[in-house]
Write a protein of this length. Structure first.
Length: 368
């Protein structure tokens, strides 16, 4: 729930304001922008720009229909993530120290000071995505849980805004103990994940009210064991002390769906090169996959992936396809070294994915 700031109760998550910019009158435009900046900066500073929230155990959000768990975690003391955030900060600054989105830059500068990287105040942070396949589902039902330590005031403002529709009216809600479920537009469709709540600073979205209630109960009880023994077994086989890790077992094309969601660009190019029919046929024989990964720098990610396939032959076909995909990614600077080792129906792959720095820089240049 949005919390009231004890030093200034008016600067809470319930604060709303409407801004109209009248372009023909420059003085009105500057005044309006100044008011916007002051409001946002005051709101952010009211709670303190950093709160260092406790990162929740991702397994709390598992449910009986879970087919995949994906986790990314960033720590403020990690050199690789700091390098990545420095790259983002420098890109926002622009070649002459003036980013295209100067309003955004001004907010960040006011929060942290012009000589520091305001983005690092977001850490530690964690993102969790869980896909479920309910009975009869042909597409995944996503659950997400995002925890960001910095700027609690701005987060409260953003979260409060999610409770209102385009017409300004409040979305319907359900009270659940200390949590409030916000039923946003489209919440009846579980593939959209439009049931929203906030749990001790973690913003979570769910496919349905039923799964939200299930997760809130597990949260309250701090239940971290998977309700599915097979999922629990997969989780027990990996080391979760990495920047990213995850598990997936294949049901109704969940491997293909996950990979397409994970990186539409890279996977799309790879799929186009090897052919959709081959891509879907080979991945259909993957029973499960687990991975652990670490960011080595602002440009390189090291991944250790284990696939379990239906047969040794299926493992050989998967190995051949992955080598073809690596060659495709290498053509446009995304693939580093790859080593694949097979044993019976299991395949172990060590792979370095590169090119993150250029992708991040281009994204910021295109959007800011």
């Amino acid at each position: 729930m949005p919390r009231i700031n004890r030093r200034n109760p008016n600067l809470s998550g319930s604060l709303y304001f409407n801004v109209t910019i009248i372009y023909p009158k420059k003085s009105s435009q500057l005044l309006t922008i100044s008011l916007l900046l002051l409001s946002l900066v005051s709101l952010a500073a009211a709670d303190g720009s950093t709160s260092r929230l406790k990162l929740p155990e991702p397994k709390v959000f598992l449910n009986p229909d879970t087919v995949s768990l994906f986790v990314v975690r960033a720590d403020p003391d990690d050199d690789a993530f700091r390098a990545l955030f420095n790259t983002a900060w420098e890109s926002l600054s622009g070649p002459r120290g003036a980013g295209r989105n100067w309003i955004y830059r001004a907010i960040l500068s006011k929060i942290q000071g012009e000589d520091s990287n305001a983005l690092t105040s977001l850490l530690p942070a964690q993102y969790v995505r869980i896909d479920s396949m309910g009975e009869g589902a042909s597409e995944p039902w996503p659950t997400t849980a995002t925890t960001v330590s910095g700027w609690p005031g701005l987060q409260a403002l953003w979260y409060r805004a999610q409770g209102k529709g385009d017409n300004g009216e409040d979305f319907p809600t359900e009270e659940l103990g200390d949590a409030t479920l916000v039923l946003r537009d489209g919440h009846q469709d579980p593939t959209l994940g439009r049931v929203l709540t906030k749990l001790d600073g973690t913003i979570a979205s769910f496919p349905s009210s039923r799964l939200a209630r299930y997760a809130v109960k597990r949260w309250a009880e701090n239940e971290t064991r998977s309700p599915d023994p097979e999922m629990e077994s997969l989780l027990a086989s990996i080391d979760t002390n990495h920047h990213t890790y995850g598990v997936l077992y294949n049901q109704r094309g969940s491997v293909v769906n996950f990979l397409r969601w994970l990186h539409k660009g890279d996977v799309g190019k790879a799929e186009a090169a090897v052919g959709t029919e081959r891509f879907e046929r080979v991945t259909r024989d993957v029973l499960s996959m687990t991975w652990e990964g670490d960011l080595l720098s602002d440009n390189e990610l090291q991944l250790a992936i284990r696939f379990r396939t239906t047969t040794p032959k299926a493992r050989e076909e998967l190995t051949a396809m992955l080598k073809d995909i690596r060659a495709v990614l290498d053509e446009y600077g995304r693939a580093g070294k790859m080593e694949a080792t097979g044993l019976d129906n299991e395949l172990y792959v060590d792979f370095r994915l590169v090119g993150h720095k250029g992708m991040l820089t281009r994204y910021i240049e295109d959007n800011f």
